[in-house]
Design a protein around this ligand. Structure first.
Ligand code: PHE
Length: 376
């Protein structure tokens, strides 16, 4: 009997407490990302970074006396789901700002929706130029693919000193196609030769036919601007057919699962990224320390770092805004200048992009060995 009374009391108290946090008492921020699906580590890592940032801010009292409430939606890495969850965040949950996505293709689905409703959207990590061109409410805190492609072309030509490159791109993918095109044109401009430029299809898991064609052309490097699952499998299968060229990739390789999938074959290969865990910058050191303490000793990847930065840029804009209204938050995000991020200084330019350096890292099992920094 007593037990039932206690339980009733707990339920009643919980009910009262939950109805106390009315919508007006919190700042609702939406996040959409791939928490499941083919590139689930993108969404999971980003979410970890965002949550850590907002928890830190809330622990210090929140913004304007209000706590941030993050509402995270899983789009399963799919375009159709993206439209659905973003519409829901905006029209039902009534968020005042939106964070996401990682993959450029999915940011391209969400951006017109955010723009239509006048909700500021900040992509932590979508690098394709088209994303922020969707409208004046769309921002990003990372560098862009025309720069990233140049970085890897330069790295191949000047650092590795190779003259013959192959390209192996994912057909129809905004990110992969965009990055492949820039790499090709920059590498050729430098005096290099693209000996073959070939594609795979989005659902492919067997890449051996194309890899054999690539092998016949004897490239010294192969540029593989896909995400980590594809890159890992491509590396593994290249090794199986004894294709010895060095593999190069972009930020899409960044995942704790890259080595698990690619195994030995991915070791020694290079990709461009948004930050290095080897940095001695106190901001980076502190971030890694806090992240590891919070997440079971996990080393944060670039996505976690960018999620953390994006969340803090949004929070700072809300802090500066006269009122917590989407349009005012938008205007303040646009004014972001010299924000000290984990991934470098963030200043939002007239195109609503950030101009930042990139690092090139070499895969060594779970580690990424820092090789060089290339500045715009
Ligand atoms: N830049 C990639 C894109 O636009 C996404 C990505 C960013 C993946 C960072 C991994 C790390 O599609």
């Amino acid at each position: 009997m007593k037990k039932i009374m206690i339980i009733n009391w707990i339920i009643a108290t919980a009910f009262i407490l939950s109805s106390c946090t009315k919508k007006e008492d919190v700042i609702l921020i939406g996040e959409y990302g791939s928490l499941t699906g083919d590139d689930a580590t993108f969404g999971i890592s980003t979410n970890k970074g965002i949550k850590m940032a907002f928890d830190e801010i809330n622990a210090k009292g929140g913004i304007k006396g209000k706590k941030i409430k993050l509402i995270t939606e899983d789009n399963q890495g799919k375009n159709e789901e993206t439209a659905k969850v973003v519409n829901r965040l905006i029209t039902q949950d009534k968020i005042v700002a939106l964070i996401g996505e990682v993959a450029s293709a999915r940011s391209m689905v969400a951006a017109p929706i955010a723009q239509k409703y006048g909700i500021p959207m900040v992509s932590p990590s979508s690098t394709n130029p088209k994303v922020t061109r969707e409208g004046d409410f769309i921002f990003r805190v990372c560098f862009l693919d025309p720069f990233q492609g140049l970085v890897m072309a330069k790295f191949a030509y000047e650092h590795l000193k190779v003259k013959k490159a192959a390209i192996f791109r994912k057909n129809g993918d905004t990110y992969s196609e965009g990055l492949a095109d820039v790499f090709a044109s920059e590498f050729k401009k430098m005096g290099g030769e693209i000996v073959i430029d070939i594609q795979y299809q989005p659902k492919d898991i067997d890449f051996k036919a194309q890899l054999s064609e690539i092998k016949a052309k004897k490239p010294e490097v192969i540029f593989v601007p896909g995400y980590y699952s594809d890159a890992g499998n491509i590396a593994k299968q290249a090794k199986q057919i004894e294709l010895k060229a060095t593999l190069l990739g972009g930020d899409g390789w960044d995942s704790p699962k890259l080595h698990e999938i690619g195994q030995d074959a991915i070791n020694g290969q290079y990709f461009s990224n948004h930050y290095t865990t080897e940095s001695t910058d106190p901001i980076v050191v502190e971030f890694i320390k806090k992240f590891k303490a919070r997440y079971n000793d996990e080393v944060p990847d670039g996505l976690a770092a960018l999620g953390y930065d994006a969340a803090r840029v949004v929070a700072e804009a809300i802090e500066r805004a006269a009122e917590i209204k989407p349009k005012m938050i938008r205007d303040e995000i646009a004014k972001t200048k010299d924000f000290a991020g984990v991934t470098g200084k963030i200043s939002i330019n007239a195109e609503r992009n950030a101009v930042k350096s990139a690092v090139v890292v070499q895969v060594e099992n779970e580690k990424r060995k820092y090789v060089t920094t290339i500045s715009p």
